[in-house]
Design a protein around this ligand. Structure first.
Ligand code: ACM
Length: 537
C-alpha cells in the first residue's frame, strides 16, 4: 500500500462519508495517514497485552458508553487480530506519556512507554472516532509516534469565588485528560469561600464555606444579590476526586492560600487575624448584604487587608490544616499561594513589627518571606515541595520553592536564573478569565486574550540561557471564577483556548502552525458539540 505521509490534517471525507478527518490535537510528533479504515463496533474487543492498563480500557469504555451507547469486552489473552490492543513498547523518553499507535486492517495497536503513554494513545484514538452516535465506528488507518514536550501541563480552577460540585470537577478533570495534560491545580481557599473540609477546624467550612451575598456586575458591583452562596468538598469527596484524577494520570495540586486571600478562614477563626476584634472591611463602593459586624466572608472581588497574622496560633493552625491536606493529596507539590498579600495590617501591628526586629528581618516583605519559609520547612519535613505565586520572590525565595510566574514572565525568569523550578502562567497568555474579544462579549474580569495569542505562546523565555531553560518545566492556564458562576460560562471561557494551550505544551515547537490549527478547530468544534462541551465559536 502506498503510504501518504502528512504531518498535519488529512481528510478521507470523499472515500467514506463517515470517516472523521484526521485532526488530532495536540498535534502528534509523527502522524502518517494511510488509505483505509478499520471499524470498531460492539463486537470489537480490547486486549490488555500488558499489565496495569485497566485505566485506559475503562476510560475508553466509559467514553464509548456515554457517546455511542456500547462498551467493549476487555480480555487479557488471545492474538492481536481484530482487536484494540493496549500494550507497552519501550521508548526511553524522560517525560511520562510517550506512545505509539497503529490502526490498520488488523485493528488498533496502542503501546505506551508506560501506562500514561498508553492512556494518551487512547486519547488520540478517541479523536479518530466519528462525531455522531452510530453503531459502526470507522477509524482511518494511521501510524503515530508521539511524546510530550513539557513535563508539567496544567490547568487551574478557582472554586473559591464560585463553587463547582464534585461531579463537575470530575468533568473538568476529563477536559484535562482529553487534552493530554497532567496537572490540576485546585484553588481551594479564598476570601469568598473556604472549600475543603478540615476536621480539626469545622468552622472553616460551616462558616467560611458560605457568604451572605455576591456583588452583581463588574466590580465594585451595581447591587448585591443577597443570596447565600457557597459549598465545600468533604474529605471523602476530595479522596474521590484525587483518585478519579490519578486514574487519568493527573496529579492534583491543592492550593491553600497564605498569608493573603484569607478572609474566609479569618471569618471562621478571627484569632488568625492581626486584629481579631475589628470588623471585616470591604470597599465602600461594593454593595454589601446582611451584617457587617465582626469577621465576614467577602462578598466582593479584589485584594483584602485582613491577612493571616504570623503568630504561633496561625502557624499551628496552618500546620494542622496542612497535615489533613497531606493525608488527602499525594502530590509532590503543595501550592501555598503567596500572592497579593497587602502588608497594611502587618505594618499597623505591634506584634508584627516586634517580630520583624526579633528576627532581623528587613521589612514586611522579609516577614512574608519568613512566613513562607516556615511553611516550606514544615512541608519539606513531610517530604513535599512548595509552589508559590511569583510574589514569593519578594524578600527572598524559600530554598526549595517552585515559582509560578503569573505577573508576566519576569518572575519565572528570575527564579530560573536562581535555579528554582518554574511553571509559567503569565496573565498575557494563559489567563482564561480574560475576555476573548474586544470589546468583551460577556462579563469578564477584563483584559484581552484571544485564541491566537494562546496558541502562539512559547513557555521558554528567550532571556534564559540553555542551562537555565530546563528549570521551566511547563505552563498552566488559570481559571479564576469571579465572573464565572456557571458551567456553561466556564466552558465558554475555556474552549477553544485550552485546546490551543494543549498544543503549546505537548507538540514540538517546530511543528506549531496556526493556520493548520485553525483548520483542525473545525473538527474540534464538532467534537465539542458532540461531547456537549460549550465553547466560543
Ligand atoms: C493571581 O492571579 N493572583 C495569582
Amino acid at each position: 500500500m502506498k503510504k501518504l505521509v502528512f504531518t498535519f490534517l488529512f481528510a478521507f471525507g470523499l472515500s467514506n462519508a463517515q470517516t472523521q478527518e484526521v485532526s488530532i490535537i495536540p498535534q502528534p510528533v509523527k502522524l502518517v495517514v494511510e488509505k483505509g479504515n478499520y471499524t470498531i463496533n460492539s463486537k470489537t474487543q480490547i486486549l490488555l497485552a500488558g499489565t496495569g492498563l485497566e485505566n485506559s480500557a475503562n476510560f475508553l469504555n466509559d467514553f464509548l458508553q456515554q457517546f455511542y451507547g456500547f462498551k467493549l469486552r476487555v480480555v487479557s489473552k488471545g492474538d492481536f487480530k481484530n482487536k484494540i490492543v493496549l500494550n507497552y513498547e519501550k521508548m526511553e523518553y524522560p517525560i511520562a506519556g510517550a506512545y505509539q499507535m497503529h490502526v490498520n486492517k488488523e485493528g488498533v495497536y496502542i503501546a505506551g512507554d508506560n501506562a500514561t503513554g498508553t492512556f494518551y494513545g487512547v486519547q488520540s484514538l478517541i479523536q479518530l472516532l466519528p462525531t455522531e452516535k452510530i453503531q459502526n465506528l470507522p477509524i482511518p488507518f494511521v501510524q503515530i509516534e508521539d511524546k510530550p514536550r513539557f513535563a508539567y501541563r496544567g490547568m487551574h480552577l478557582d472554586v473559591g469565588r464560585h463553587f463547582f460540585p464534585t461531579s463537575y470537577v470530575k468533568k473538568y478533570i476529563d477536559f484535562i485528560a482529553m487534552h493530554k495534560m497532567n496537572t490540576f491545580q485546585w484553588h481551594l481557599t479564598e476570601d469568598q469561600g473556604w472549600r475543603i473540609e478540615i476536621k480539626k477546624y469545622p468552622k472553616l467550612t460551616s462558616v467560611g464555606g458560605f457568604r451572605n451575598g455576591t456583588i452583581v456586575g463588574h466590580f465594585p458591583g451595581k447591587s448585591n444579590d443577597g443570596i447565600r452562596d457557597g459549598g465545600f468538598y468533604t474529605q471523602e469527596e476530595v479522596k474521590d476526586i484525587v483518585k478519579y484524577a490519578a486514574d487519568r494520570y493527573i496529579s492534583v495540586i491543592p492550593e491553600i492560600e497564605l498569608p493573603g486571600h484569607a478572609s474566609a478562614a479569618i471569618a471562621a477563626y478571627p484569632k488568625l487575624s492581626c486584629f481579631p476584634d475589628s470588623s471585616t472591611k470591604h470597599p465602600s463602593k461594593s454593595p454589601w448584604f446582611g451584617t457587617t459586624e465582626g469577621k465576614q466572608v467577602q462578598q466582593t472581588w479584589g485584594v483584602f487587608e485582613d491577612v493571616f497574622a504570623p503568630t504561633e496560633y496561625t502557624f499551628n493552625f496552618l500546620q494542622d490544616v496542612l497535615d489533613e491536606v497531606l493525608q488527602l493529596f499525594p502530590s509532590k507539590y503543595i501550592h501555598i499561594g503567596g500572592d497579593e498579600c497587602p502588608k497594611t495590617a502587618w505594618k499597623k501591628s505591634e506584634f508584627c513589627q516586634q517580630m520583624i526586629k526579633d528576627n532581623n528581618l528587613k521589612d514586611e516583605h522579609g516577614l512574608q518571606s519568613y512566613f513562607i519559609q516556615r511553611i516550606e520547612k514544615y512541608l519539606n519535613s513531610k517530604g513535599r515541595q512548595i509552589i508559590g505565586w511569583d510574589e514569593i520572590l519578594e524578600g527572598g525565595l524559600a530554598p526549595n520553592a517552585a515559582v509560578m510566574s503569573w505577573r508576566g514572565e519576569s518572575g519565572g525568569i528570575a527564579a530560573a536564573k536562581q535555579k528554582h523550578v518554574v511553571i509559567m502562567t503569565p496573565t498575557t497568555y494563559v489567563y482564561f478569565d480574560y475576555a476573548q474579544t474586544k470589546p468583551e462579549d460577556s462579563l469578564t474580569i477584563g483584559g484581552y486574550l484571544p485564541l491566537k495569542d494562546v496558541y502562539n505562546y512559547e513557555p521558554i523565555p528567550k532571556q534564559l540561557s540553555k542551562d537555565d531553560e530546563k528549570y521551566v518545566i511547563g505552563a498552566q492556564a488559570n481559571l479564576w471564577t469571579e465572573y464565572i458562576a456557571n458551567t456553561k460560562k466556564l466552558e465558554y471561557m475555556l474552549f477553544p483556548r485550552m485546546t490551543a494551550l494543549s498544543e503549546v505544551l505537548w507538540s514540538p515547537k517546530e511543528s506549531k502552525d496556526w493556520n493548520m490549527f485553525e483548520k483542525k478547530l473545525g473538527v474540534q468544534f464538532k467534537r465539542y458539540d458532540f461531547w456537549n462541551w460549550n465553547y466560543r465559536k
